[in-house]
Design a protein around this ligand. Structure first.
Ligand SMILES: *Cc1c(COP(=O)(O)O)cnc(C)c1O
Ligand code: SF4
Length: 358
């Protein structure tokens, strides 16, 4: 028994049992050292990764040349959720730099969603009414090979460079913005005191009502949600939204679920966005399981993104027609509130766009 189908069947059997541990979690202390050590202990060598997964040499796929700017990067806790001995494991496939990355494909470029053009200040992106997105850092805890920001020139363009001064100045001038989105890279890789310094300044701006975090860290490095982080978040004078990023139900193990439960000790909304990825989650069984698994941990499905056409990610693309069929099946299988919105991003458009494209 092999392949994604068998995996999903096995997985679905698990879902009938109470999977979410009810025992309350003992959070890591408030200091940043513990999660920073876990971050530093992440794997960056493909052979070590294959060894850890007991994948025999003859089954190891051809890999891309070492990419200095966007190398392999994966926390050990995420590797532990991969299936041993399976070179096609859906979690592994998200982070493995395959040789296909080096093949240029027409229509796939370095900046598919027009982020460079939309940058208003040092690290501030405003494309949509009322919301401004802040590139807080270029760093991520994991490198997702399909990432549309994989070629983003972070060195010049993250907002922390002058202690947030330019960002705060431009937000102050635009009172139409009522929601600030901390993004990146991953904002949860900033230390809690850095986050605090930023939100202390944001708190002065009376037109900001909501603070949103766009982060994959609760899924890939859940230990980052420590006591200090919870304390910081719970004291903010904003409505709180955390948008996590999981693509496959096997990403959400009991440890992730417990940390998400700890987050919900305060009033906040937790949403999930996924990217539709060929060979990883491009079937309605997997996405049904994902939605149900998310809901069990108190997370609402939000977006299912059609892949942004970034150079190096063409081998992940699912055709629009297939995406629409899968989405139709999700609508048939799930209650409406568990069906994510199927969207794509178009440079210059005033919002994420529903499929089909016009
Ligand atoms: C996706 C995105 C947002 C958030 O859009 P929502 O539809 O509100 O989730 C905001 N700003 C930028 C630049 C984005 O790319
Ligand atoms: S965590 Fe998000 S920003 Fe970072 S590599 Fe993955 S998809 Fe890209």
């Amino acid at each position: 028994m092999n392949g994604p189908r068998a995996y999903n069947d096995r997985f679905r059997h698990g879902i009938k049992k109470p999977m979410i541990a009810r025992t309350p979690i003992v959070l890591q202390p408030r200091f940043d050292e513990h999660w920073q050590q876990l971050l530093a202990a992440g794997l960056s060598n493909c052979d070590e990764l294959f060894d850890a997964l007991a994948i025999p040499v003859e089954q190891r796929p051809a890999l891309a040349a070492h990419n200095k700017q966007f190398p392999l990067r994966v926390p050990q806790g995420f590797v532990a959720r991969m299936r041993k001995g399976d070179p096609n494991d859906p979690l592994l496939r998200q982070i493995l730099p395959l040789a296909e990355e080096n093949v240029p494909v027409a229509g796939f470029g370095p900046d598919p969603v027009g982020d460079h053009a939309a940058l208003t200040g040092a690290g501030l992106l405003q494309k949509y009414h009322g919301r401004a997105l802040l590139i807080t850092t270029g760093a991520c805890a994991i490198h997702c090979r399909y990432c549309f920001r994989r070629h983003f020139p972070y060195q010049q363009q993250h907002a922390r460079q002058n202690n947030w001064h330019d960002v705060i100045t431009s937000l102050k001038q635009d009172t139409s913005i009522n929601e600030v989105i901390l993004s990146g890279g991953d904002p949860l890789l900033l230390t809690t005191s850095h986050l605090q310094a930023l939100t202390d300044q944001l708190s002065e701006l009376t037109h900001i009502r909501r603070l949103r975090l766009h982060t994959r860290v609760p899924v890939v490095l859940p230990e980052r949600i420590n006591a200090g982080f919870i304390e910081w978040l719970s004291k903010l004078p904003f409505q709180r939204i955390v948008v996590i990023h999981a693509n496959h139900p096997a990403e959400i193990d009991a440890n992730v679920a417990r940390h998400l439960t700890a987050l919900r000790s305060m009033p906040l909304t937790i949403l999930n966005q996924s990217v539709l990825l060929r060979g990883i989650n491009d079937d309605s069984e997997t996405l049904t399981d994902l939605s149900e698994r998310l809901f069990e941990t108190g997370v609402m499905p939000y977006y299912l993104h059609q892949l942004d056409r970034v150079h190096g990610a063409a081998h992940y693309e699912v055709p629009d027609e297939t995406a629409l069929v899968i989405h139709q099946q999700l609508r048939q299988r799930l209650p409406g509130y568990l069906v994510p919105r199927l969207v794509y991003e178009e440079a210059g458009a005033p919002s994420k766009q529903p499929l089909p494209r016009c």
